[in-house]
Design a protein around this ligand. Sequence first.
Ligand SMILES: *Cc1c(COP(=O)(O)O)cnc(C)c1O
Length: 360
Amino acid sequence: MIPAAKPIIGDDERAAVDRVLRSGMLAQGPEVAAFEAEFSAHVGGRHCVAMNSGTSALHLGFIAAGIERGDEVIVPSFSFAATANSVVLAGGVPVFADIDPQTFNIDPDHAESLINKKTKAIMPVHLYGHIAAMDRFAEISSKHGVQIIEDAAQGHLASLNGRNAGEFGTVASFSFYPTKNMTAGEGGMVVTEDAEIARTLRLLRNQGQEIRYQNEIIGFNTRMTDIHAAIGRVQLGKLPGWTKTRQENAVHLDANLKGVVTPFLAPGTTHSYHQYTIRIPGGSAEKRDAFMAGITERGVGCGVYYPTPIHRLPSFKMDLTLPQTDLVVKECVSLPVHPSLSKADLDTIVSVVNEVAASL
Ligand SMILES: *Cc1c(COP(=O)(O)O)cnc(C)c1O
């Protein structure tokens, strides 16, 4: 079976963890500081503040950016639930926008149409590693005075016109969950250009204190441990090479898959292929599910991210119609694209997908 995703953990990660364990200092310390400095080099030198998860990074990112009770934040519904959960956890109100079915990302025109006097921010998600239309969101931001906040949980090294995900928003949050393009076991990173926001984030993650027992504000404990940071540093070093391999795998799949809609690449973007997501045309979840059963039977793993739009989950249950979101959830399926695939695996994926797609 070719798995849909596969974290790569090697001797370097084991040695890094062992180094921290031997030091006897496990909580946030020099490894976290080094991880933040090294991550900063991939986001235009912006301030980086590590957290214990991507969800904490989003949550505290909203608080530090000044989102307050009742503030509306426009988000895509076609994403992981944490995108909208974090708005609610910060006291805000998520307002769901539809997507561009080509990029799978939040539709800037629809997002703009939802702006009203309560709107404080728009949060594009760089879904699957395709960067959102950040040039359009910069225009919308200056025209309407709303902040842009990035959910970059899937966006490591995705870029637009030479700028990486994380270099656009007031704040941007990354995740290091094991299935992401790099992992720290669990973890997240908030990125910001604003030194004041960065300081607030450091206070918020550590009980509101910079100097021990001199708590300045009410805070959380969302610190990353040095054990996790040590894993993250090793993985960050490998991320550019892994991303290149994902892109090469995607080029091969793009050139050879037939009967399915392969991922779109907007002008000026580089895709980091967190997922290689195709569409089975026809607007039928039954047809897509039959395709999935067919390729799984023949040894190719796959997954649907995400089968239910956030606004339709039991936790939100909103009576709202988002036509493109409702269509794409029925057609999308992600194929393996991870850097552990061999040439033989890629050939298997191509022949199995083409055979099953032709039989539908
Ligand atoms: C993974 C993910 C998150 C949450 O990150 P965690 O590290 O799992 O908390 C948030 N948003 C999106 C789009 C994600 O894919």
